[in-house]
Design a protein around this ligand. Structure first.
Ligand SMILES: [Zn+2]
Length: 587
C-alpha cells in the first residue's frame, strides 16, 4: 500500500512536469492592440512586455535609462535573432511622444511594432525586413510628460522638471486652474468694448476677431487664476523645458532658445537616447514623430556655419537628393502636401528660430537621415467643405452632429476672484474617457480615419527602414592549383539603396567607417593577399543602377593539417555583417 502511494506520487509529479513543459513550449498570445484611446506609459509598457513574451525570437525589450520621475525608458528591439546579432544588421530608430501632448507618436510606434511582429512570416517584405535589419522603437521618449498630458487637464510642452517659464525667478508658480471643475481647461471671456473678439454672426457660441474699426465685445483669457499677479494667466505651469531644444548640435542658452535646458543633453531622456544611439552605430536613420499640421520636417533645422570661417555652409548635394526622395515618398504615401524642408532655414538666426533639435543632431553629428513627421490634423474628421482644413465652424458641426457635444463646452457664467463676472467655455483639445481614466487627443480621435492614418505612417516607416545599405558576399569562387595552392575570389556588393556611409555628412564628420573584408584560414596559410582588405565606402544600389561588385582575391596554400577552410567576412558599421565559410578541398 505504502509503496503504491509512492509510485502514484512519482507518476503525478511526472505528469505535472510534462504539463509544465508543454505549456512553456506554447508562446504567449500577442496582446491585443486597439486604437480606441491614447495609451499611457503603463499601458505601453504592458503591451511591450506582452509582445516580447509572444515573440521571444523577434523582439527584446531594453531599458535604456530612467526618466526624470524614474520611469523606465523603454526601447523594443525587433530583429530575427536566428539570422544574426542585432548590432550586426543595419538599424533604424523610431520614437514618439518627445513632446508631451503630441501623443500620436506613441500610437504610430505601437502600430509599427504590431505590424512588424504580427505580420512576420505572413508578409514577405516584412519578414525580409525583420530577418535582415534591426528596428529600434521607443514609443514614449518622454513618459513623464505624456502621462501628465494624458491624465491631467492641462497641456505641457515636454518634460515635468520645474522650470521658470516666465523668467521671474519662480518655478511653475502660475499653472492653470479648472475653475468650473468640469475636467477641462477652456477659456474665460469677459465683456470688454476694447477687446479684440466679438460674437460670431454664424453661431453665438463662437468668437471671431473684430475689424479694427469695429467696437470690441470680449476679452479672452485661458481658464485659471493669475497666481503670481503679473497680469498674465497660466504662463508658468508645470514644466516648461523643451527637450527637443536640448540636443548638442547648435544648442543655445535659454536667452536665445527657450526651454533648451542648462546644457546640451542635461535631461535624462535626451541623454539616454543619445547614449543609446552612440552605442548602436548600426542605426542608419532617425524618425522622431511629432504631432501638428500633417507635414514633414527635415534638416537642416537651422543655418549651418563653418565654425572656423563663420561662412554659411550648404548641405551636400547627394544628401539633399536623398532627403528629396524620402520626402517625396512621404507625400506619396501619407498626404499630397509638400514636404517642409526646414524650420528656420530661411529665417535669420534669432529668438524663435529653433536650435538644439534632435533631428538636427541626428544628421549634423550622428550622420544619418532624420525626420520629424508632424502628424495629425483635424481635417480628416470634419472637413465638410473639402478645403483640407478644419475651421471652428466645421469643428462645431462635428461636435453637434457626431460627437454629442463632447468637444465644445457651452459658455457658463462664473464669478472670478480677479476678473469679476466671466463666462467659461469653448473648445477642448482632448476628451476625457472615464473607462480608461485618461484623455484622448482630438487629433487621434478613435475612427477608421485615424487607423488609416496610422497605417500610412507605418508604411512609410517600414519603407525607410528597408532603404538602409546592406553588404553581401554575393559569390565566392575557388580555383585549386598544384601543390596545395588555392586561389580564392570573393565578390562583395552593397545591395541596399543607401551608400554604406549613409550620408556625405558622415564622411565630412569622419564618423563614417569604411567596409572591410576579413579572411581567416584554418589548415591553410596566406601566400598572396591581405587578411583585412579595406573596400572604402560602397555606393547605393538600385536595379537600374547597381552598386559595382567589388572583387577581392587571395592565394593560399594548404598546410596538410586538418580540413583546409577559409572564412570570409564582410563588415560594415551601417550595412551589416555577412560571412561565408568554405572548404578549400572542393573544386
Ligand atoms: Zn513636437
Amino acid at each position: 500500500m505504502f509503496r503504491e502511494r509512492i509510485w502514484l506520487s512519482v507518476l503525478f509529479v511526472f505528469l505535472v512536469l510534462i504539463f509544465i513543459g508543454n505549456s512553456q513550449a506554447i508562446a504567449a498570445q500577442a496582446p491585443e492592440l486597439k486604437f480606441d484611446h491614447n495609451h499611457t506609459f503603463q499601458e505601453v509598457a504592458d503591451y511591450l512586455n506582452g509582445m516580447v513574451k509572444a515573440y521571444p525570437k523577434l523582439a527584446r525589450l531594453r531599458t535604456i535609462g530612467k526618466s526624470y520621475l524614474d520611469k523606465d525608458l523603454l526601447v523594443i528591439v525587433i530583429s530575427n535573432q536566428d539570422t544574426g546579432k542585432c548590432k550586426e544588421k543595419p538599424g533604424y530608430w523610431f520614437d514618439g511622444n518627445l513632446h508631451a501632448s503630441e501623443v500620436m507618436g506613441a500610437e504610430v510606434c505601437l502600430h509599427t511594432i504590431h505590424t512588424l511582429l504580427t505580420q512576420y512570416g505572413k508578409d514577405p517584405a516584412i519578414t525580409n525586413l525583420v530577418d535582415t535589419r534591426t528596428i529600434y522603437i521607443m514609443p514614449k521618449l518622454n513618459p513623464d510628460g505624456s502621462d501628465h498630458y494624458l491624465t491631467k487637464p492641462d497641456s505641457m510642452r515636454s518634460s515635468v522638471r520645474p522650470h521658470d517659464s516666465d523668467r521671474d525667478g519662480l518655478l511653475d508658480e502660475d499653472p492653470p486652474e479648472d475653475l468650473d471643475g468640469n475636467g477641462y481647461l477652456t477659456r474665460m471671456r469677459v465683456k470688454d468694448v476694447t477687446g479684440p473678439w466679438k460674437t460670431s454672426p454664424d453661431d453665438p457660441r463662437l468668437l471671431v476677431r473684430r475689424e479694427e474699426e469695429e467696437k470690441g465685445e470680449w476679452q479672452v483669457y485661458p481658464e485659471g487664476i493669475d497666481n503670481d499677479k503679473d497680469g498674465r494667466y497660466n504662463e508658468d505651469g508645470v514644466g516648461g523645458l523643451d527637450i527637443n531644444r536640448n540636443w548638442p548640435s547648435r544648442w543655445h542658452q535659454e536667452y536665445l532658445q527657450r526651454g533648451s535646458g542648462r546644457y546640451p543633453l542635461s535631461e535624462p531622456e535626451t541623454r539616454a537616447v543619445a547614449e543609446f544611439l552612440l552605442s548602436h552605430t548600426n542605426v542608419t536613420g532617425v524618425v522622431n514623430h511629432h504631432m501638428s499640421g500633417n507635414f514633414l520636417y527635415i534638416p537642416p533645422t537651422n543655418k549651418n556655419f563653418n565654425p572656423i570661417t563663420g561662412e554659411e555652409t550648404e548641405m551636400h548635394r547627394e544628401d539633399a537628393a536623398y532627403f528629396d526622395i524620402f520626402g517625396q515618398k512621404y507625400s506619396e504615401i501619407i498626404n499630397e502636401q509638400p514636404v517642409r524642408k526646414v524650420l528656420g532655414r530661411d529665417a535669420p538666426p534669432r529668438l524663435g528660430a529653433i536650435w538644439g533639435v534632435m533631428i538636427g543632431w541626428a544628421y549634423d553629428h550622428y550622420g544619418v537621415y532624420s525626420y520629424v513627421p508632424e502628424m495629425g490634423s483635424l481635417a480628416p474628421f470634419c472637413d465638410y467643405d473639402n478645403d483640407k482644413r478644419a475651421s471652428q465652424e466645421e469643428m462645431l458641426r462635428w461636435n453637434d452632429e457626431e460627437l454629442g457635444g463632447k468637444i465644445f463646452m457651452d459658455w457658463k457664467s462664473y464669478d472670478h476672484p480677479q476678473l469679476g463676472k466671466v463666462e467659461i467655455g469653448g473648445f477642448v483639445r482632448k476628451v476625457y474617457n472615464p473607462k480608461f481614466k485618461s484623455y484622448t487627443s482630438l487629433m487621434c480621435y478613435p475612427s477608421p480615419e485615424f487607423e488609416d492614418f496610422l497605417a500610412k505612417h507605418t508604411k512609410w516607416n517600414l519603407y525607410l527602414a528597408a532603404q538602409s545599405p546592406l553588404v553581401r558576399i554575393t559569390e565566392v569562387k575557388i580555383h585549386k592549383g598544384d601543390a596545395g595552392y588555392v586561389k580564392i575570389a570573393a565578390s562583395i556588393q552593397n545591395q541596399g539603396f543607401l551608400p554604406t556611409n549613409v550620408t556625405q555628412q558622415a564622411i565630412k564628420n569622419q564618423t563614417a567607417k569604411t567596409v572591410k573584408v576579413l579572411i581567416s584560414l584554418t589548415g591553410a596559410e596566406m601566400v598572396l593577399g591581405k587578411e583585412k582588405v579595406d573596400l572604402g565606402h560602397l555606393r547605393g544600389h538600385t536595379s537600374l543602377n547597381p552598386s559595382p561588385v567589388q572583387k577581392v582575391e587571395w592565394m593560399v596554400k594548404t598546410t596538410g593539417k586538418g580540413t583546409p577552410t577559409a572564412t570570409i567576412k564582410v563588415v560594415s558599421e551601417k550595412a551589416g555583417t555577412h560571412s561565408k565559410e568554405l572548404k578549400l578541398t572542393a573544386k
